[in-house]
Each structure stands twice: as C-alpha cells, then as structure tokens.
Write a protein that binds this ligand. Structure first.
Ligand SMILES: [Zn+2]
Length: 320
C-alpha cells in the first residue's frame, strides 16, 4: 500500500514533465534573402533541427496533434509539428532536402492561385505531387486574400475555386486542414469557413497546444523566421480559458485604449498584457478580470494583443 502511495506521489510530481504542451511551427521561405520577414536560412533550419534531434523532440504529423485536441487528450511530452505556408518554390528547392535528411514529417499549406497561374516563386503541381510523397499538402485559400475584408460570398467563391483546383490536380489528396491567409480571421469569417468541415483550422499566433483545452478551429502556430527564439517558444504553454473582450476590432485612430480580458482561472492575481509595438506590461488581475488602461499607440496594420501568466500564453490578432 505504501509502495502504491509512493508511486502515485512520484507520478504526481513527474506528471508535468510527462505531459507537456505541443508546439506547432510555421515556415514560409528558405534561403530567399529578398524577403527577410518570411525567410529562414537553411543554416538556421539545420541548427533548429539539430536542437530538436539532440533534445529528443518528437516531430509528429500535424494531423496527430489535431487528433489529440479533438479527443481532448493530453499531448505527450515534447511533441512538435512543422507547417510551411504558401507553397513557395524555395521550400521545394532548399527546405525539402533538409526535411528529407532528418526524416521529419511536415504539412505544406498552399495558396492555390499562385501554383495554378504558374507564378515563378511558387511550386508547380508536378512538384506538389513529389512533395506529397514526404509530407501532407493542405489548403491555404485560393487567392491569399484578407478574408476579414471580403464578403461571405467572396470568401466562399475563393474557397470553392481553390478546392476545385486542388481536387483536379491532386486527386489523391482530400484537404482536411485549413490556414487563413495571414493566419487572420474573425467570428464572421470563422462561421463561413466552418461550412467546409475541415478537421482543424490554424492561425499564426505564438502559443502552445494543450490537448485538453485548445480550440481545434483556432490552433496557434509560432513562426520561425530569421533567427527565431524557438527555445523560448518551446517553453510556452497554452493559457486556457481566456476571453478577449476589448478591443475586438482594429482601432481606427491606432490607439489601443482599454484592454479587457477575462480569465477563467480566478486564482490568478498577476499577468502581463502584450500590445504590438509596446511589448509586455505587468497588470493586476481581480477575480479573473483584467482591465488595463493602456493608451498605447500602434503602428502596424496587423496588431497582436496577448496575455501571459508566467509561461502560459494566449495571443489574438486584430487587422485593419
Ligand atoms: Zn500565407
């Protein structure tokens, strides 16, 4: 009996280490210095992959991570998944050989128009067939437009056009996963996209996946661009039960005045709030409520607002 108690105690102490949050990373271009904000050098990619290998991270197909979330199951320790957005040719020429070398699964999300219209920076349908031997190919809109600025009809037209072309050129692939252009959406966009019955939908906010609380239709992915702080990203866990209440639209005068966030966990007393261009600010939490009179000016057309409690984090995006 004492033995069992000891074992239970040991399990209790070790459990945070046995189960951790999963992390999904997103890449765009490889060795393409013309676009520094979306480029990763293959030297850096190899450095990241060596780190993951040396520290026993388990690189799983994205769909395995999705299945855990949909089943509300804990994600085993050290699970990570790789995604690549847009379908740039530099993935085929520079990135793919390294993914093959490490035998790492990946999911490539394609913006169909650029392949269909043979833009020279994008992969061809033939190259996609070859890529699909090593990883999954999924859907990332037809025209890569800001869905938040498009009518419901225009969004549906874009989705339908892209999906029909994927079916025509890649008949063996049934798209199951979806990424919004720029990783952006809002409630209206989400409801239009939900009609397409994808198994999961992804954004591009730094964060982590808690199998038991993450939303399968708004999964966080951290971008690894340039020399990204991936070791810091790996330490993040998902802050569950966050409701962003204010602001919910991009401020027309570029001033973020009052930020209101509600946390489900009423025991939290201190947090940090993030506003693009302004970094993290310490705030007090009273009975799960954050009311932060920020009065911060923002410059970008796409701003992020986030909340962090120790290493638990949740971000959202507002775009112009
Ligand atoms: Zn994209």
């Amino acid at each position: 009996m004492i033995m069992i108690k000891k074992l239970l105690l040991l399990f209790f102490i070790l459990s945070p280490y046995l189960f951790s949050d999963g992390h999904i990373f997103v890449y765009h271009r490889f060795d393409d210095t013309r676009y520094p904000t979306t480029n990763t050098s293959t030297k850096e990619l190899k450095r990241e992959f060596e780190y993951f290998k040396k520290h026993n991270y388990k690189v799983v197909p994205l769909i395995d991570m999705v299945k855990k979330i949909k089943a509300n199951e804990k994600i085993p320790d050290k699970w990570i998944a790789f995604t690549i957005d847009d379908g740039f040719k530099s993935f085929y020429t520079h990135g793919l050989p390294i993914f093959k070398q490490y035998n790492y699964p990946f999911t490539l999300f394609i913006a169909v128009k650029y392949t269909e219209k043979k833009y020279k920076d994008y992969v061809s349908w033939k190259q996609l067939k070859e890529i699909a031997k090593y990883g999954d190919v999924e859907f990332h809109t037809y025209g890569h437009g800001h869905y938040g600025q498009m009518s419901n009809e225009a969004i549906k037209e874009d989705m339908d056009r892209g999906l029909v072309l994927m079916k025509k050129h890649l008949p063996d692939i049934e798209p199951k996963l979806f990424v919004y252009a720029y990783g952006e959406s809002d409630e209206r966009v989400k409801s239009v996209v939900s009609q397409y019955n994808f198994e999961a939908v992804f954004n591009q906010n730094i964060g982590a996946l808690n199998g038991e609380c993450s939303d399968a239709y708004d999964i966080d992915r951290s971008a690894l661009v340039g020399k990204a702080p991936f070791k810091l990203y790996l330490k993040f866990k998902e802050l569950c039960g966050v409701s962003f209440e204010q602001p919910l639209t991009y401020p027309k005068d570029k001033m973020v005045r009052t930020v209101k966030i509600t946390l489900e966990d009423k025991s939290i007393t201190d947090a940090e709030v993030f506003i693009s261009n302004n970094g993290w600010n310490r705030v007090k939490v009273k009975n799960g409520k954050i009311v932060y009179h920020a009065n911060k000016r923002v410059k970008l057309n796409r701003i992020k607002i986030g909340v962090k409690v120790k290493n638990r984090i949740k971000l959202m995006v507002l775009s112009k």
